[in-house]
Design a protein around this ligand. Structure first.
Ligand code: ADP
Length: 929
């Protein structure tokens, strides 16, 4: 824009410079004086130039005056009316020219110049005024007719003076002299005036292009040049007067152009642009726009409108809106038309259009009545609200879902405004639970609190005050209008706005009366049940105590039984042994005595095993598992079984890599018992010269498996399932093989109590395989080899006094005469021992204090004071505290033996007495072995 302005200004300046140069050339030309005298400006030329100016002046007037609107800027009308006066005055000037016919008064240069000067001054002032406030909107309340009047009045006055009172005006031209000073001065005055608008126009021309100020600038400058010419002429027909008129004509052309552009072309262009702009707005609007006749014919529509209904613009123009309106909307449409009639506008309202492809398009319409050329049209805007409708539909649906949910479940939904405490929503279940209408609550929210039970209200109020701070959960009672009480559970949650302030509280209330009753019932049941359980527990405790008592009784019974059975057996076995040593007995008698001894031994074995089984079944035994070297124990057992192996002529072998120690986690005593039993069975149920092969290995499950394979009689398939049944000897009872039928039962129990298993496989006549599996010892290895778990150990012989007497006194404290007699007989056979006895504990203690024997054999089951108490007495006295005491007891229970060893017995001998062992033990302790 700037460039365009600059370019045209440059062009104008160039033109002006050219014209100025022309003037300078004409002025300074050596020929100028000569040219002055030649008639260059003939009358017709002058006539033509002036007529041209007059026509342009009148055109300027006519153009501006006719197009002027009163609210428009005032400068153009001032300029236009000035040019009317100028045109009229120029006419007077032309007609007063020398050579023209007389007009009221004869023509003369003075007369002609007078009109000229007046016209020029008006022109200069008009430009001056225009330049000072270029095209600004008028604040003066003068309309164009006033300006016309002023201009005509000024012209009339000028005419009057020029025609009738020219003498009032100074001389301007003197024939033969040329221009007067006044005339020249007046021209300079004009130039001085014109310099102001020239400068102002130039300034504005540089900064604006809104109006052709450049044209005015050029016109003003050229007018100055023209005036300069008029200061120079000396002859009205000379060069300068011609040049002056030419400049004047050029100035008028510029002026006319400027006025024309402003009054005609610019507004027209603006109008055109604005029309274009409006059209573009119309056509490119994203909202559908339509102009329709009242009969429904669509006259003009935009693309958006056509798009809504799926037609081309041209197709739509052939339609009426009735054709695209579904039938059911016709009455609604009529109402809108009525509104249009009444209010000149309608809508907004929603309806549907029928799309070209037949589907319905929801639309929102509004519009107004417009008038053009006395005809009325409907101007409508149409929005496609498909999406809006769909989302509204979705919203409605979801609202409906929520409402259905809220209104059809047992619980009450509520929504409260925090500020006003007003209930915003309460679901109908309220009416069922509270027995009041929802409306009553909306009207008076405080009734909610009023219904709360007096005992709960304070608690609930305190909680309600904290509702906005977080979740709230309260159970309370409400009293319904009919006086009935219901329990409710009320839970609520605050709802926060964008600033994080709780502005609503939403809650849910459920009637928990039934649950409450159920809970009470449950609690009562729990209480009852707890009481029952307590009673049961008491019963159980007493049952347990009873069982413990029974267990104790059983233990005591076993202990007693063991003692009672062993005591007579002691006599049988002891005396039969003594008898068998008697050399006076004949062979037959010896055999009988051996039978007695044999039977007694069997009975003892039977008693031992029955007691063992009874103890196991009563759980009255302890397993002390530890690290046991299987090879060592096996070898020990084999060597212990040597007499038996020899007796049955059995060749036993161990098949295992004995260099690798295998440690089992087992109770060594019990494991020995198991091994001995299996070895014993492999001997008993074998053929003479049969074999026993023992293999030791580890299984994949990290257990140690010991297999006892014999070549014996074997077991039938039928019997093998019964092998571990107690007292079931599988027909062996009919053979000469001795046994009780409970060895394997005990073995199985022991193995299992050590975490192991036992099983067997056999074929009748071919032999049997028994195997046991026991856990591997996994604790970190301790230094040294296996240590026996057995606590009862043989007394150390180094305890024996160093000086051994030739004869040793032995005191036997025993209340049972048979036993006393037996022991006396045994000891008497050894002359190195002096035998002393006491049948009561007191007597025994007394005797011990007085004679201080070397060894005391002490029975445990003594009347009045048992062996342990006697021991304590002996230990209390200096004289007796160092005497060796060996317990002689039928109490073969391990626990009791341990107890005895703990309080200081040197050793123990169990009844029935094995004569050989008995003597060996005594000799060992007295240093005689
Ligand atoms: P018993 O005291 O009779 O030996 P066990 O409980 O040790 O009692 O054995 C039960 C029965 O199983 C035996 O009477 C015998 O019939 C059978 N039995 C045990 N071991 C073997 C074996 N190695 N070979 C064949 N039969 C056996």
């Amino acid at each position: 824009m700037k460039t365009k302005t600059d370019n045209s200004l440059v062009r104008i300046n160039a033109t002006l410079l050219l014209l100025a140069a022309l003037f300078l050339v004409a002025w300074k030309l050596p020929l100028s004086g000569f040219l002055q005298d030649i008639v260059l400006m003939s009358l017709p030329t002058h006539m033509f130039a002036e007529t041209f100016s007059i026509v342009i002046s009148i055109l300027i007037f006519a153009l501006v005056f006719s197009s002027h609107k009163e609210d428009y800027r005032w400068n153009p009308i001032v300029l236009a009316c000035s040019f009317l006066a100028i045109g009229l005055l120029d006419f007077a000037h032309t007609i007063s020219y020398g050579g023209m016919p007389a007009w009221v008064t004869p023509g003369s240069p003075d007369k002609s110049i007078y009109f000229w000067l007046v016209a020029r001054y008006i022109a200069a002032l008009a430009l001056f005024v225009t330049a000072i406030q270029i095209w600004k909107k008028s604040t003066w309340a003068l309309n164009r007719y006033w300006w016309l009047f002023i201009s005509l009045a000024v012209t009339a006055i000028a005419y009057w003076i020029g025609l009738y009172h020219l003498d009032l005006f100074p001389r301007t031209f003197i024939e033969g002299q040329g221009l007067t000073n006044f005339k020249v001065g007046a021209e300079y005055g004009l130039i001085a005036i014109l310099l102001v608008p020239a400068y102002l126009f130039y300034k504005q021309a540089k900064s604006t292009s809104s109006f052709d100020v450049q044209g005015l600038y050029a016109a003003t400058v050229i007018t100055i040049l023209s005036e300069l010419c008029f200061t120079l002429y000396a002859n009205v027909t000379g060069l300068f007067i011609l040049l002056g008129h030419i400049y004047k004509v050029i100035a008028y052309i510029y002026l006319f152009r400027a006025i024309f552009l402003f009054v005609v072309r610019d507004p027209y262009e603006k109008l055109y642009q604005s029309q274009e702009y409006n059209r573009t707005l119309f056509e490119t609007a994203t909202i559908g726009l339509a102009v329709a006749k009242q009969d429904g014919t669509l006259l003009d529509i935009n693309q958006a409108y056509a798009d809504i209904i799926g037609y081309d613009i041209e197709e739509v123009k052939k339609l009426t809106y009735w054709q695209i309106t579904p039938h059911e909307y016709i009455s609604q449409e009529q109402l809108q038309l009525e509104s249009l009639e009444r209010n000149k506008s309608y809508g907004p309202y929603e309806k549907e259009y029928v799309h070209k492809d037949g589907h319905r398009v929801p639309v929102r319409l509004s519009g107004r009545m417009i008038e053009q050329n006395d005809e009325q049209f409907i101007w409508s805007s149409v929005e496609d609200i498909t999406l809006e409708t769909a989302s509204e539909q979705a919203r409605n649906e979801s609202e409906q879902h929520l409402r259905q949910l809220a209104e059809h479940i047992r619980e009450v939904f509520w929504l409260k405004d925090v500020k006003t405490n007003a209930i915003k929503y309460i679901s109908p279940a309220y009416e069922t639970i509270w027995g009041k209408t929802c409306e009553s609550l909306y009207a008076n929210p405080s009734t909610l609190l009023e219904a709360i039970h007096a005992d709960d209200i304070e608690r609930v109020k305190t909680s309600i005050n904290l509702q906005t701070q977080g979740p709230y959960d309260e159970e309370y009672r409400i009293i319904r209008p009919d006086g009935s009480v219901r329990w409710v559970r009320d839970q609520s949650y605050p709802i926060y706005d964008n600033t994080g302030t709780a502005y609503r509280v939403a809650g849910i209330v459920e009637d928990v009366t039934d649950e409450k009753f159920a809970q009470d019932l449950l609690e009562q049941r729990v209480l009852d049940r707890t009481q029952d359980l307590h009673d049961k527990e008491v019963e159980l405790i007493s049952a347990k105590e009873e069982a413990e008592r029974a267990n104790l009784a059983k233990s005591q019974f076993l202990s007693k039984m063991s003692h009672e059975l062993r005591t007579p057996l002691n006599a049988i076995l002891g005396f039969s042994q003594l008898l068998s040593m008697d050399s006076e007995l004949n062979v037959e008698q010896k055999e009988s005595v051996n039978e007695i001894h044999h039977g007694g031994k069997h009975l003892l074995e039977l008693i031992n095993e029955v007691l063992d089984l009874a103890k196991i079944e009563a759980g009255n035994y302890e397993i002390e598992s530890g690290r046991v070297d299987v090879h060592t124990v096996l070898n020990e057992c084999l060597s212990l079984s040597t007499p038996m192996l020899k007796q049955y002529h059995i060749n036993a072998s161990i098949n295992s890599d004995s260099s690798v120690a295998l440690f089992a986690n087992a109770d060594i005593t019990r494991l020995k018992q198991v091994f001995l039993n299996l070895i014993s069975n492999a001997c008993k149920y074998n053929h003479p010269d049969g074999s026993l092969n023992i293999t030791v290995n580890t299984t994949e499950t990290n257990r140690i498996r010991i297999t006892f394979k014999d070549t014996g009689i074997g077991i039938s398939t039928e019997n093998i399932t019964k092998i571990f049944e107690p007292f079931n000897r599988l027909s062996a009872e009919y053979s000469s093989i001795e046994g009780t039928g409970i060895g394997l039962t005990i073995t199985k129990q022991l193995i299992e109590s050590m975490g192991g298993t036992i099983d067997c496989n056999s074929k009748l006549g071919e032999g049997s395989v028994f195997w046991i599996e026991i856990p591997v010892y996994e604790a970190p290895e301790t230094s040294g080899n296996y240590t026996s778990q057995r606590k009862i150990e043989a007394p150390n012989t180094t305890d024996t006094p160093a000086s051994v007497k030739a004869q040793h006194s032995i005191l036997y404290i025993e209340d049972n005469p048979a036993n006393l007699k037996l022991v006396k007989k045994i000891i008497k056979q050894h002359p190195e021992f002096i035998f002393l006895s006491a049948i009561t504990p007191e007597e025994g203690i007394k005797l011990a204090l007085s004679i201080q024997p070397d060894l005391i054999l002490l029975d445990i089951n003594l009347p009045g004071m048992n062996g342990y108490e006697v021991m304590e007495h002996l230990l209390q006295h200096d004289k007796t505290k160092d005497i060796m005491v060996i317990a002689v007891t039928a109490n073969a229970m391990t626990k009791e033996i341990e107890r005895g060893m703990d309080i200081g017995f040197r050793d123990y001998i169990t009844k029935p007495i094995n004569v050989e062992n008995f003597i060996t033990t005594i000799q060992k302790h007295l240093g005689q072995d």
